[in-house]
Design a binder for this molecule. Structure first.
Ligand code: G4P
Ligand code: NA
Ligand code: NA
Length: 191
């Protein structure tokens, strides 16, 4: 068992059939030492990739991406989900459907901060149905940048995210893949 799986078993709480709450270390309170280990691990996994920039989506992705960025020595750009009066007018945008929340939202990145030919690594907390990742892929394509990989802390292996990203030939690494959560009991797929 790796350190992410261990942390999930120690602190995660299963809600309903398919939601894993990790508020004690990832989504509300943040365990910075744990995030440091995440950063080191992603640096190892993506050591062969040239990474110029890390992308994520607000809000939960930001802390993770920032700690990871210290191991890659690159800036972080987060896609905005909230409407902001102060965002540049010139943006790349993509519509994302969230099954978990049963609604659409638009993610936006200023054209100023994503350029043609840049090599980007997308980092996020969860992979469920892969819609946020697809939205990011779409924005990276619009910019003429290259998506060199996706790093996910917790993948829900019983949802379709991985299949969708595999079909696109995306280099995906998750640090823990949940196989199932039955009666509150969590089991992992081997990595
Ligand atoms: P998808 O992008 O993979 O298709 O995922 P989906 O729309 O279903 O997920 C919507 C939001 O719920 C995302 O956060 C995602 O990280 C989060 N999420 C999905 N499954 C779980 C889960 O089992 N546990 C937890 N804790 N979160 C989950 P968000 O609402 O976009 O953002 P944020 O503001 O939390 O960053
Ligand atoms: Na989240
Ligand atoms: Na998220």
């Amino acid at each position: 068992m790796n350190f992410v799986e261990k942390k999930i078993l120690e602190e995660g709480r299963v809600e309903g059939e398919d939601i894993l709450k990790v508020d004690s270390f990832l989504n509300h309170q943040i365990d910075v030492e744990f995030l440091n280990e995440i950063g080191k691990r992603f640096k190892e996994l993506f050591k062969d990739q040239k990474v110029d920039k890390i992308l994520t989506v607000e809000a939960s992705g930001i802390a993770i991406a920032c700690i990871c960025a210290q191991y890659f020595n690159v800036p972080v750009v987060f896609a905005k989900k909230m409407d902001s009066k102060n965002l540049d007018k010139e943006t790349y945008e993509s519509e994302v459907y969230s099954f978990t929340k049963a609604k659409h939202y638009t993610i936006k990145i200023s054209k100023r901060y994503l350029g043609r030919g840049e090599n980007v690594l997308f980092i996020d907390d969860f992979l469920a149905n892969g819609r946020a990742a697809l939205g990011i892929k779409n924005i990276v394509d619009q910019a003429g940048a290259n998506l060199v990989g996706i790093g996910i802390v917790i993948e829900k292996g019983f949802q379709e995210g991985r299949a969708i990203l595999d079909d696109l030939g995306i280099n995906l690494h998750s640090l823990a893949i949940i196989e199932k959560m039955e009666k509150g009991k969590i089991s992992f797929k081997s990595l």
